[in-house]
Write a protein of this length. Structure first.
Length: 135
């Protein structure tokens, strides 16, 4: 796996995982069927894009054990004070990882960039709704 593929792989994982956390907040914490459905649909839409992307990316060279950033990440992720903190951290995780994908796909495959951008903007809207409903 080349270095660009590692970036794309990691950010696909971040996006999908973060969307799932947001989906669970809407479902189990807020009991909001519409917001849950919106987030579930975004996750499924992203999964379709991810499947397309992964057709051209080898997962055989993934080396999570040797990742130089894993200790830093573990330190940051061990600190959450409440549901709102979890929500905000995962919204930022998804938004930032989508932006990274937009940039790195420019040098590998431009086909899905516009769809990724649209998902990012939908997440901004969902973030506002989630924060408002948790307040």
């Amino acid at each position: 796996m080349n270095k660009v593929e590692r970036v794309i792989d990691a950010n696909c994982n971040r996006t999908r995982e973060g969307l799932r956390v947001l989906e669970e907040i809407a479902r189990f914490i807020l009991d909001d069927k519409d917001l849950f459905s919106t987030l579930k649909n975004l996750r499924h839409e992203f999964t379709g894009i991810e499947n397309y992307i992964r057709q051209n990316i080898s997962m055989l060279s993934r080396d999570s054990f040797a990742d130089v950033g894993k200790e830093y990440i573990k330190h940051l992720e061990s600190k959450r004070k409440d549901i709102t903190d979890i929500l905000k951290a995962n919204c930022k995780r998804v938004e930032e990882s989508l932006r990274v994908l937009e940039e790195f796909l420019k040098i590998t495959d431009c086909v899905k960039i516009e769809q990724i951008k649209q998902i990012r903007f939908k997440v901004y809207t969902a973030e506002n709704e989630l924060i408002e409903k948790l307040s």
